[in-house]
Design a binder for this molecule. Structure first.
Ligand SMILES: [Zn+2]
Length: 364
């Protein structure tokens, strides 16, 4: 046995939706399909292997009250890892979680910096709360601080109208998105309602989080521009509870939230049918628990997305969208192995057998 760290994965390696191999090797943390020479007594794991799952809307370093300490952030990241999430797109965090990049036992994170919201128009302690005149400067700042994404809060309760309302004028948001693009960052926005969507897409936005307000008016626009959505259905499930809480003070807002919730599956299905790219995100880290990736995939299937595409939304497709490798030669050996075929039933995702990160078994 050499000094190299070697692991063999046998069974069905689901390298792509139509690319199934019999085995792969992890050598010194990297994938190879060529049997390494001169190694013996290599540990072997068996099963159906997927690339490490993607949670494209997750918050590490945050809880319902705001930023948390490093021990809590570590626990969050470990909980995601145990669920098979090995790549996180962090959709906004006030904490500095850069130290996680030096830990080869924790999921990889693509950060969107800190949320950028309108003054008093978001959850307390989360966001930079600013006015439109400062939007370009803050977007530039977070574009430099993040890993290729910037996160806006596109709509929120407007206390004056008592309903959800758009947060940014078209001109400012268009300038801000152009600035992010010049700096090499993509922009996404939290949007529950209908109102802000057309302006944001026409302003050049790359993705919308939640996107419960999509309608037959805006879905074709998203499809035409290739603007992705991350529905976070496990979070949308909490809308009726939120609506109950706000009923006395903001009845219009409550009714709106209930209506968006009631049509959530139809909305996601219609977007998918029109060709809008849909990705898995759990919104863990605010009020939601970490580790819900399998539940979100199951929700997308419940909405009517075929199992193979719901799987791709957390596996192959999501990785391509984020510019990260699949199970390919030379890529980091980040994979999750299951006892059964997740393509046949996505509920298999709820019980990973082996979790392998940088070529090392971290769970199983
Ligand atoms: Zn979120």
């Amino acid at each position: 046995m050499s000094d190299r760290m070697v692991l063999r994965v046998k069974g069905r390696v689901l390298a792509g939706p139509d690319d199934v191999r019999d085995e792969l090797w992890a050598v010194d943390g990297r994938i190879t399909y060529e049997r390494p020479v001169g190694v013996r007594d290599v540990p072997v794991v068996h099963g159906w292997a997927l690339p490490g799952l993607v949670d494209a809307h997750c918050h590490v370093g945050l809880d319902r009250h705001g930023p948390v300490d490093e021990a809590t952030s570590e626990k969050q990241a470990l909980t995601d890892r145990e669920a098979g999430t090995l790549l996180i797109r962090d959709a906004g965090s006030p904490s500095d979680t850069r130290w996680i990049d030096d830990r080869d036992d924790l999921p990889k994170i693509i950060r969107a910096g800190r949320h950028i919201a309108r003054t008093r128009r978001y959850i307390r302690n989360y966001a930079h709360e600013i006015e439109p005149g400062d939007l370009v400067a803050y977007v530039a700042r977070e574009a430099r601080r993040g890993d290729g994404w910037v996160k806006l809060v596109g709509d929120w309760l407007d206390r004056e109208t008592g309903d959800l309302g758009a947060c940014w004028p078209r001109g400012e948001v268009e300038a801000a998105i152009a600035q992010a693009h010049r700096l090499g960052a993509r922009v996404t926005a939290h949007c529950f309602a209908e109102e802000s969507l057309r302006d944001l897409v026409e302003a050049g936005i790359d993705c919308i989080e939640h996107a419960t307000g999509l309608t037959e008016d805006t879905i074709p626009l998203f499809a035409e521009r290739g603007v992705a959505i991350v529905p976070t259905l496990v979070n949308i499930a909490t809308f009726p509870h939120l609506a109950d809480g706000g009923e006395a003070k903001f009845p219009r807002w409550s009714a709106h939230m209930r209506a968006l919730h009631a049509r959530r599956y139809d909305t996601v299905r219609a977007a998918y049918d029109a060709g809008v790219p849909v990705f898995v995100g759990t919104d863990a880290g605010g009020s939601l628990a970490h580790g819900l990736v399998a539940d979100e995939v199951a929700e997308l299937v419940k909405a009517g997305i075929p199992a193979i595409d719901a799987l791709s939304a957390t596996a192959w497709g999501a990785r391509r969208w984020l510019g990260r490798p699949l199970l390919e030669e030379g890529a980091p050996a980040d994979l999750v192995v299951y006892d059964e075929d997740p393509r046949a039933d996505v509920r298999v995702l709820a019980a990973p057998r082996w979790i392998i990160l940088n070529g090392r078994i971290v769970s199983g």
